[in-house]
Write a protein that binds this ligand. Structure first.
Ligand code: GAF
Length: 378
């Protein structure tokens, strides 16, 4: 019998990926986002192994095993291992209650597709160990420490959206999240005859990680200049268009565009949440297109594959909105599409995409689902 065959878990964690309806790159500018978890997830099974220090994590997807000791946590040259080791590092800074454990991981979340498999892995591991060793961490602690793991071990200076959505979501609701106060409003998602269709480009351009941190720095550079006139602006979230325009002559046009996009995107999230409350899906869809246009032209994090999918949808009366989703440079578009045409449109789109890029498109319907679920074995 192998380690996997005889594995009897003490507990199982279901840790979901997320979609984001609108509000991209606003989270690290302490603005607003509108994510929710989906039913694509990472399953993590845990058991204590009796050792005081030795741990084993096995990924069934890539058939790789990570062995480590709690007394010697250090960064790995392998990216996926750093998600695990980063969480261990953060947990061990906060508690001495963890001992040796084994964990098996299996995922149906496509990696690099903008559905946030990284946050699902970090939060799933932290939630599982919290329950297994009774660490007494709150859900918010899990969110915050999982993001810290990504900053400190993986090196992406991400915002809080992905971890928050993976842990805190509720079925049937999107979260209107204020990324500064972490106050959240759960808005019921009533799409009537429409569906959320994700179209996965199956592309993940290598620029994604480096450009992400570059965007963060560009926003900080813009903020610094604005603060010379408006010292009370703690983040771009506090900045208005007239405030930005006061320095238009002095600021680098690229930085101006980045800041302008963030200001406009924050306004769009607020408008989108009102549109949802008023059942105005047509307006919601227009805001989605506005978001994509800003991401493509002002924030410049889109790519030809994403733009092709969004552009293809523009003149279709059965699609109310479409935009790239997540960090950019690949991954999925999110489309608000009439339920009667989902199948036919997916087929048509797949053919067109294949003809243009010689790549297969994947399509998934997404519904707001539950955040982290922990099941203890009896
Ligand atoms: C990635 C990041 F992890 C999030 O924090 C967020 O910034 C997103 O890109 C863009 O909105 O998923």
């Amino acid at each position: 019998m192998t380690f996997i065959d005889e594995f009897l878990p003490d507990l199982t964690v279901e840790s979901p990926g997320r979609i984001n309806l609108i509000g991209e790159h606003t989270d690290y500018n302490l603005g607003f986002v509108m994510p929710t978890a989906i039913d694509k997830k990472i399953i993590l099974k845990f058991r204590k192994n009796g050792s005081p220090t030795e741990c084993k994590v096995h990924s069934l997807n890539n058939n790789e095993t990570l062995l480590f000791s709690l007394t010697n946590i250090a960064k790995s040259p392998l990216n996926w291992e750093n998600y695990i080791l980063g969480v261990m590092h953060e947990l061990l800074n906060r508690t001495t209650k963890i001992a040796g454990f084994d964990c098996i991981i299996q995922s149906n979340l496509p990696i690099g597709s903008g559905l946030s498999s990284s946050a699902a892995l970090e939060c799933g591991l932290a939630s599982g160990l919290n329950a297994l060793f009774d660490l007494g961490l709150s859900k918010e602690d899990i969110v915050v420490l999982s993001r810290a793991a990504e900053h400190n071990y993986v090196g992406t200076k991400c915002g809080i959206m992905d971890q928050y959505a993976s842990v805190m979501s509720k079925p049937g609701f999107v979260i209107m999240l204020d990324c500064r106060s972490l106050e959240s409003k759960y808005i019921p998602l009533n799409l009537h005859d429409y569906k959320l269709l994700l179209l996965n480009t199956n592309i993940s351009h290598s620029l994604a990680d480096s450009e992400y941190n570059t965007r963060l720095n560009e926003c900080l550079e813009g903020l610094k200049m604005i603060q010379q006139k408006h010292p009370n602006s703690a983040s771009l979230r506090d900045v208005t268009k007239p405030m930005l325009d006061e320095i238009k002559q002095k600021i680098d046009p690229v930085i101006y565009n980045r800041c302008e996009y963030i200001i406009e995107e924050n306004d769009r999230v607020i408008a989108a949440s009102n549109a949802l409350k008023n059942d105005d899906l047509v307006l919601f869809g227009k805001l989605m297109y506005g978001s994509h246009d800003g991401l493509q032209h002002k924030y410049q994090v889109s790519c030809p594959e994403l733009d092709f999918l969004v552009d293809y949808s523009r003149d279709k009366e059965f699609i109310l909105g479409s935009r790239m989703m997540g960090g950019g440079f690949g991954g999925c578009t999110i489309n608000l599409i009439h339920k009667d045409v989902v199948e036919a449109y997916t087929k048509e789109m797949s053919q067109a995409y294949r003809k243009k890029f010689n790549i297969d498109l994947d399509a998934y319907l997404a519904m707001p689902d539950s955040g982290t679920i922990i099941k203890k074995q009896k």
